[in-house]
Design a binder for this molecule. Structure first.
Ligand code: SAH
Length: 352
């Protein structure tokens, strides 16, 4: 441990209810204190220990001394004039920045959060990965993206998708803590069924997740119907063959009863042909899943282009004809740097 880490106060919002209760017990506090403080942190989302009005003053002082809340700081909010989508740039306590997005749907408000600062998966079309991984986010830093957005808008968040920057399953332990805190009955109480975790396909972690007895949705970033094309877009395809990845999806479905969704970003001339669509339909025939088509959002560092509208429609029709359930992702916040990692990147470039 470095001196800096030793000095550091404990990140109280990353602790589970049980851990918090244990810590308070060690401080000689009665058993109910842990639960009380947990509710202040996660249900009422207190921004200081001072607000915790049913705790004795001396305890508030003690908490202040040993623990930190490390809230995120809003650096910038961009609001889409087209659909009210709000893109947030948040500052972390160590000076890094991350981004999150609030999307308003008929069924409720959905927040898309980041799980890492940067990413090391290297997907070719993705802006988050251009400078590699900086660090994992802590559970509290994932949570606070949701808390801050709910506070800023005054509107209830009902859905959370872990589809921002980073590979969530590459930050597995923190992700699991985050899920348990987000869905705790004494916290912000997002239903597990309203939480989606998206992965580029890390097989061992997908299998581990299948054993956690959760009711969350797993989304797999597929982007091709064969290994050869997939490898040109996603370096992770060199590590795990599609066959293994799809087998892990199947296991996830069998163990949890939850259908997997498959994301497919359409890149002009790379993965958008009808032959590719038929191959995809054959590949997913036994998966019970559903495909979400995303016209690729071009980033300036790469020359990938979006498929034409009619190509996207034809791709969709071909899948449907073969009995696959498909949606085309509605592009939200097109006018405000919608794609993963683009806002953070333009902010860092400006600062330089
Ligand atoms: N690492 C996770 C989650 C992050 S990205 C994963 O790979 O699934 C969420 C989705 O957006 C993924 O399917 C990703 O491949 C896709 N994506 C990233 N950048 C994109 C872009 N510029 N255009 C279209 N889709 C993109």
């Amino acid at each position: 441990m470095t001196a800096e880490q030793a000095d550091r106060k404990t990140d109280i919002r990353s602790l589970s209810r049980e851990e918090l209760t244990e810590e308070l017990g060690r401080m000689g506090q009665p058993a109910y204190r842990g639960g009380q403080i947990f509710r202040w942190l996660h249900e009422k989302q207190a921004s200081s220990f001072d607000e915790m009005s049913n705790l004795p003053l001396s305890l508030r002082g003690r908490l202040e001394q040993d623990y930190e809340l490390c809230p995120l700081r809003i650096v910038e909010v961009k609001v889409s004039a087209l659909d009210g989508t709000r893109k947030y740039l948040f500052g972390l306590s160590d000076g890094n920045v991350i981004e999150s997005v609030l999307m308003r749907y008929k069924y409720g408000n959905s927040v898309c959060i980041s799980s890492q600062v940067g990413c090391r998966m290297g997907c070719r079309f993705c802006a988050s990965t251009l400078d590699g991984l900086v660090r994992n986010l802590r559970p509290s830093e994932m949570l606070d993206q949701v808390y801050q957005i709910q506070k800023d808008t005054g509107e209830r968040v009902s859905h959370v998708v872990v589809m921002g920057s980073g590979e969530p399953l590459d930050n597995y332990d923190h992700l699991l803590r985050f899920i348990r805190l987000l869905t705790d009955e004494n916290g912000i109480r997002i239903s597990q069924r309203n939480l989606t975790v998206s992965t580029c396909g890390l097989v061992p972690q997908m299998l581990q997740l299948a054993e956690e007895k959760l009711q969350i949705t797993l989304a797999l970033s597929l982007h091709a119907s064969g290994d050869e094309v997939r490898r040109t877009l996603m370096p992770v395809a060199n590590r795990y063959r599609l066959e293994e990845v799809l087998k892990a999806c199947r296991t996830y479905f069998e163990k949890t009863g939850r259908r997997v969704s498959f994301e497919y970003s359409l890149v002009k001339g790379v993965n958008d042909s009808l032959a590719e669509a038929s191959a995809l339909a054959a590949l997913l025939k036994d998966q019970h899943g559903h495909v979400n088509l995303i016209p690729v959002n071009p980033i300036k560092e790469r020359d990938f282009r979006q498929s034409e509208r009619k190509t996207v429609e034809a791709f969709k029709n071909c899948l449907e004809k073969n009995g696959i359930h498909v949606t085309i992702r509605r592009e939200m916040g097109r006018d405000i740097n919608g794609a993963c990692g683009q806002l953070r990147r333009s902010y860092l470039n400006e600062k330089e």
